[in-house]
Design a protein around this ligand. Sequence first.
Ligand code: UDP
Ligand code: MG
Length: 306
Amino acid sequence: MKLSVIIPCFNEQDNIELMYNKFSKIFQEQKGNYELIFVDDGSKDKTLNNIKNICKKDKAVKGLSFSRNFGKESAMYAGLKESKGEYVAFIDADLQQNPEILLKMMKILDENEEYDIVTAFQKKRKDGVILKLCKKAFNYIINAISETEFKDNASDFRMMRRKVANAIIDIPEYYRFLKGIFSWIGFNNYYIEYEVEKRATGTTKWSFRKLFVYAKEGILAYTTMPLKLPIVFGILGILASIVMLIITIISYSSLNVIITIMLFLFGIQFIFMGIMGEYLAHDYIENKHRPIYILKEKIGDSKNEN
Ligand code: UDP
Ligand code: MG
């Protein structure tokens, strides 16, 4: 099978059929060569029923359903594990991302062997001013303190080769942040610009609170910097105590002696907190059980070589 398309759905009852119809029309010529995987992320409306109805009439459609709302990241992961295609793509259920772009993504992967992932990004965000600023700030902060690079405005709207999908499946961590995982796994990205369309029906499933938690998870998952920060304060404390020591010697004041000792002790304390943070950070990273490396390709059969 050539293509698996994963569609996370949370309370999208009216979009399921719309999405299915639009996709089927665009991919008419590829019939038999693709599968659509709708993942119902614990919807409370008729989303699951509607998925079931489509599955009944079309063999190319599969459905997965969660016992409760686990979040889009979990839905995408479940879809990946279920997918069989040579290429795998994510697309939202609300038709904000035009399935026609999937055809374009497929063509890029077909024609450019050197690229492994096609990622769509929005040149112009259509969010409100505050949300736009928050998203920009988040991107700036996470890029500044994390070792992994995050592309501005990159979306979850992507198509990848099987080897990339398998690499993601092999990352089992519970606190998932797919944007970060995509940066972490590497591979060659081809970026295409796209314009977000109006939601077909329903409203956004992301409240400000949900987005805030998502951003927090992203930072926690992709940097251990805050744990190591006390070391910087510790060193500053020690340096300040040295300056104070010099002032004390010159001024010969007993108050300065107390301040010097306090600064020195603060410094030592913070340094030890930072060291504890370093150990904790190591343990945290180790506990994610990430693969030590990801093979992109194996060239030649090493068993036959001398
Ligand atoms: N979604 C999901 N689980 C959630 C939240 C959202 O599966 O907990 C799905 C949702 O049904 C949609 C996609 O993720 O297909 C993007 O969500 P939405 O359109 O609400 O986000 P926005 O486009 O507003 O950023
Ligand atoms: Mg949307």
